[in-house]
Design a protein around this ligand. Structure first.
Ligand code: UDP
Length: 333
């Protein structure tokens, strides 16, 4: 299939491009390069620098490239930033997707695989989280994605030809095993990259955001899924996408690790000391989030290759050790 990878120069999008190529599909990338990296896109893949808010440009690309499916990774995804600047999240994530949907309607593009998030569940009363767990987000990031899920359901109901699979990611981590692409955020806020950058001496120490949560060791518990397993799920989702259907699936490994357990995994994988300090809670963080991802396993036959934290950290370590300064910087061309 011809697949428009919106946000294909970003962390997950760049991995998806490679997984699509391996699966015999034809990816086309759009990215505004606000946080994405030109160097993350393989040279043979068509690339358009465009913003989702530019509906006309997107419509033209959808038509010109005869796109069958959009994989929509283009979003801002920092909980803390969304608390400080909610409008930016609603414009970029929610309004940007509305524009993209208008362009898809104009061009007659029927399928979308949407990057949703466990942040749409907020602070659930019970874990593991299933797709039936009520969605009550506790930060603007989660709300910006939940609004989109609701809009997508309206569109599926209204436009008969349109089908969507929404994938609710837990914590995406790790890098391509062959080292062809990796993780490079500015600012880097995510736990595993920050721990590895601290090990490499590129940041001084990592602050642990809160040790007074109601968890066994007092630190937050999250479900870390390898980025390539997640991208394989996108290919299955795209193939299963049907007109008139909205489906949602959780994507995690079904097992939670505390922040201190992740620190220990980094210590073991790298064989080095991890400089940490204890700090206060980060606003917007839930105590415990881990998935019941049984639905996508049963319905689409998805099976993650990585089912524990250490091998996931290993792949990230491989990338960060080889690319401590990240990708080559974008040029203006
Ligand atoms: N975290 C932390 N220190 C950091 C970054 C993250 O203690 O410098 C914690 C954070 O509070 C959360 C977990 O690590 O419980 C994962 O955070 P991350 O930002 O990687 O992903 P998120 O859960 O926000 O999507």
């Amino acid at each position: 299939m011809n697949v428009l990878v919106a946000g294909g120069a970003g962390y997950i999008g760049a991995h998806a491009v490679r997984v699509l190529l391996r699966a015999g599909h034809r990816p086309v990338v759009i990215d505004n390069l606000f946080r994405g990296h030109r160097a993350a896109i393989p040279p043979e893949v068509p690339f358009y620098q465009a913003d989702l808010l530019d509906r006309e440009a997107i419509t033209t690309i959808l038509r010109q490239e005869a796109i069958d499916c959009v994989m929509h990774f283009a979003a801002l995804a920092y909980v803390g930033e969304s608390m400080e600047n909610p409008l930016r999240y609603y414009v970029n994530n929610t309004a940007g997707t509305i524009r993209l949907l208008e362009a898809m309607t104009e061009a007659g593009t029927a399928r979308m695989v949407f990057s949703s998030t466990c942040a749409t569940y907020g602070e659930p009363a019970q874990v593991p989280i299933t797709e039936e767990t009520p969605q009550h987000p506790i930060n603007p990031y989660g709300r910006s994605k939940l609004f989109v899920e609701q809009i997508l359901q309206d569109c599926v109901r209204a436009y008969g030809h349109f089908g969507v699979v929404s994938l609710r990611y837990f914590n995406v981590a790790g890098c391509a095993e062959d080292g062809s692409c990796g993780e490079d955020h500015t600012p880097e806020t995510h736990l595993i990259p920050r721990l590895l950058l601290a090990v490499l001496g590129r940041i001084e120490a990592v602050t642990i955001f809160g040790t007074d949560y109601p968890t066994p060791d007092g630190t937050c518990v999250r479900d870390y899924i390898h980025v390539d397993d997640l991208c394989e799920a996108h290919v299955l989702a795209m193939e299963a996408c049907r007109p008139g259907q909205f489906r949602a699936y959780n994507l995690g490994i079904g097992r939670g690790y505390s922040v201190l357990e992740v620190v220990e995994a980094v210590r073991q994988v790298t064989g080095r000391d991890v400089p940490i300090r204890i700090g206060p809670r980060r606003p917007g963080d839930a105590a415990i989030l881990f998935a019941d991802a049984g639905k996508i396993q049963r319905e689409l036959g998805w099976k993650p290759k990585f089912t524990a934290i250490e091998p996931i950290v290993e792949t990230a370590w491989h990338w960060f050790r080889a690319n401590p300064a990240g990708y080559p910087k974008n040029t203006s061309s």
